[in-house]
Design a protein around this ligand. Structure first.
Ligand code: K7E
Ligand code: CUA
Length: 696
């Protein structure tokens, strides 16, 4: 550092300390200071390069020292992101059993942040002072708390089948819940608990205009958590699919306007909503058409065998536009306090049709143009492609091959099937690109298959339709895959992430619990070139599905719009403490603390209350500088919140522990961050006025 820079830095620090000492304008001064800092980090300009022979020699030497191939160098240059440069895409990935969502930059594969959804998370303060109401929305109707989630399927909000960047939904398979995240501030605003089913699988998939967030069931049970012996399976157990009505203006699911369909007790699995010509339909795959009930301990075939006896299961085709009208006309029944359309009604009114689908299927994916539905059978080397047009025609012509045990019409397979494409072993999920290709994960082959779509896509790729093009091995055991906007009406191509379940030998060993492996695949070139260019270990949970959105569609706030903003209402909160009005207000046993936070102090710093008081602690962050986040913790009281610039939080607790509790800022916000503290003193019942914390 040169002398001048060091001097000016010293001067600034002195001014800062002076300002703090005076206690005047400290916030404003520091904020200005930080803005100046921010301005200095402008991105450097980069001119086109031409490597000199000496530079080529340098690169070659390093490559050889590090034992890198030419392909490795290419992969590095495709993914490396210089400091300060931003990724083109953001991948929102399920956080698996962490109960959270991960946001990952693509192509750099850098973890940008996690978003707490179903599991309390201390950095975001979620469940440690704030967020309790949101979390409680996901509790069982009995009141039992659920504080984790097995997140599977994130779903970005859509307009006309295109991601609009406004909201993100995420399903919890273990407890059948859906979380709603507002992508302005990347915070979870709502969790809804499914009132019919304990666990689900097909959540959350949105209809083309986010009219509904679709949550399919999975393991059939008596609806609404009732008990019935398993011998009564066919009679008493049911599947379901729930249509959560989304209110975009409120940014919330409206349970009052939501409804579900009673379904036969097949294990409904994944769902995808139609768009374009298939808008109005949702498609769900299922397994266990056998209605096997397991019981290996009693000498019966285990579920895995019982569920796989038949060659076909049932694709569920549901017309939600009819269902919606029936519900509006009062045709739904109340089950568990929720509107449920009885199976009988769905059959009679043409809401539900089935179609045979081979074999033990997993994954149902609608092509970008909405014309085809791709189903992969785990135990069939093919994917089966259904035509939306043919489905509509078969429904109109009542082209049935029979009915199931419950009387649901089964559409004739040949009448609705468009193509079957042989890909390899264990096909699961399918995504799409901008060139007319589809990509299917092959779990058993440990590979990504690229294949050609037919119909209007044939002109795009100019190859034979409905044919395997190439397979890229991945490491190992791929579950879902995701391409850039690859399940929307406007896929972007370029990148695919293989969400590989096992990593085995890809990373340094981390004990017997190994990370899952997100592998970036370059799908930018047509034909058979499709290399893996990056491995990213996911060291938390087991993510399932993800979606990738163009980063410039996200209109994230850098600071809250106004000082005193309530993230829950997304509005300025009149309750937010104002600068100059800080203090402690007592009303009997109720104590209200009005606090502000700004670098580098809380006001007030002394809070004296009595044991047994009911405390409402409100804090406004006066900051307006990007990234000037404070934390606030009261040690021993299990409280920690994050105070983002402009944010207002309200914490409630009972002062049931007497003593002296330092509170402090948990974010290293400034040079005097350690000094950002205060004391909460809880006077024990019966203590003399001036003696606190001293035993006699
Ligand atoms: Cu295949 Cu839950 Cu979508 Cu996992 S699911 S892989
Ligand atoms: Cu505020 Cu550290």
């Amino acid at each position: 550092m040169n002398a001048r820079a060091s001097q000016s830095r010293h001067l600034r620090r002195t001014l800062l300390v002076l300002a703090l000492a005076c206690g005047t304008l400290a916030g404003a001064a520091v904020a200005q200071d930080a803005r100046r800092e921010g301005r200095r980090s402008r991105q450097r300009e980069v001119k086109p390069i031409e490597l000199t022979p000496a530079q080529v020699a340098d690169l070659t030497r390093i490559a050889n020292e590090r034992q890198l191939s030419y392909d490795d160098l290419m992969a590095a240059s495709k993914t490396f992101m210089p400091s300060g440069r931003h990724d083109e895409f953001v991948c929102f990935a399920s956080g698996g059993q962490s109960g959270q969502v991960f946001a990952i930059g693509v192509p750099s594969m850098r973890l940008l942040r996690s978003i707490a959804v179903f599991t309390p998370e201390s950095w975001q303060g979620y469940g440690f002072g704030v967020g309790h109401d949101v979390l409680a929305g996901g509790d069982m109707p009995s009141g039992r708390e659920i504080r984790w989630g097995d997140t599977h399927h994130p779903g970005l909000s859509e307009t006309n089948g295109v991601y609009d960047g406004q909201f993100l939904f995420i399903g919890d398979k273990a407890n059948a819940r859906v979380g709603v995240i507002d992508l302005r501030d990347w915070e979870t605003k709502q969790i809804v608990k499914n009132p019919l089913t304990v666990s689900d699988h097909g959540g959350s998939f949105v209809t083309a205009n986010t009219e509904y967030v679709v949550e399919g069931g999975q393991y059939a049970t008596p609806l609404a958590f009732a008990y019935a012996p398993i011998d009564d399976y066919k009679k008493s157990y049911r599947g379901s699919v729930t249509f959560w009505k989304f209110d975009r203006t409120k940014g919330r699911i409206d349970p009052e306007k939501s409804f579900a369909l009673e379904l036969p007790p097949y294990f409904q699995d994944l769902f995808d909503a139609g768009k374009g010509p298939s808008h109005g339909l949702v498609f769900g795959n299922s397994f266990n058409a056998e209605m096997a009930t397991g019981g290996v301990e009693g000498g019966k075939p285990p579920f895995e065998a019982g569920c796989s006896q038949r060659d076909t299961d049932y694709l569920h085709i549901i017309d939600w536009t009819i269902a919606e009208k029936l519900v509006a006309a009062g045709k739904a029944e109340q089950v568990g306090g929720f509107k449920v359309l009885p199976l009988e009604t769905s059959i009679k009114e043409g809401v539900l049709h089935l179609a045979p689908e081979p074999k033990s299927p997993h994954g149902v994916d609608v092509t970008p143009n909405g014309q085809y539905v791709v189903v992969a059978g785990k135990l069939d080397p093919h994917v089966t492609v259904f035509s939306a047009e043919k489905i509509r025609k078969a429904i109109a012509d009542r082209k049935y091959s029979g009915k199931d045990d419950y009387g649901v019409p089964i559409l004739d397979f040949d009448a609705v099937m468009e193509a079957q494409v042989e890909l390899g072993l264990g096909p699961l999920h399918t995504q799409f690109d901008d060139k007319g290709y589809a990509y299917t994960s092959l779990f058993l082959d440990s590979a990504v298959a690229r294949w050609t779509l037919g119909g209007e896509y044939t002109a795009k790729h100019g190859e034979q339709p409905w044919k395997l093009v190439t397979k890229t091995p991945v490491q190992y055991n791929i579950g879902h895959l995701v391409t850039a906007e690859g399940d929307s009406a406007t896929p972007q191509g370029k990148y695919l992430i293989s969400m590989s379940k096992w990593s085995v030998d890809r990373f340094l060993p981390t004990g017997p619990l190994l990370p899952q492996n997100f592998q970036l695949v370059d799908i930018g070139q047509p034909g058979t070139t499709m290399p893996v260019i990056y491995d990213m270990p996911i060291g938390v949970g087991e993510p399932h599905y993800a979606q990738i959105i163009k980063a410039d569609k996200l209109k994230s706030w850098l600071v809250y719009p106004e000082v005193g903003w309530n993230p829950h209402t997304q509005a300025l909160d009149p309750k937010a403490p104002k600068q100059g009005k800080e203090g402690v207000v007592r009303d009997g046993r109720n104590v209200l603390i009005n606090m502000t936070a700004v670098r580098s102090h809380f006001n007030p710093e002394h809070v004296e209350i009595n044991e047994g008081d009911q405390v409402t602690w409100r804090i406004t962050s006066l900051e307006q500088t990007p990234d000037a986040t404070h934390g606030f913790t009261i040690g021993g009281y299990n409280i920690n919140v994050s105070l983002e610039p402009g944010e207002f939080v309200e914490i409630k607790f009972a002062a049931d522990m007497p003593g002296t509790f330092p509170f402090y800022c948990t974010e290293f916000c400034s040079a005097l961050h350690l000094e950002m503290l205060g004391y909460l003193q809880v006077k024990p019942t019966g203590a003399k006025k001036d003696v606190i914390g001293m035993a006699e």
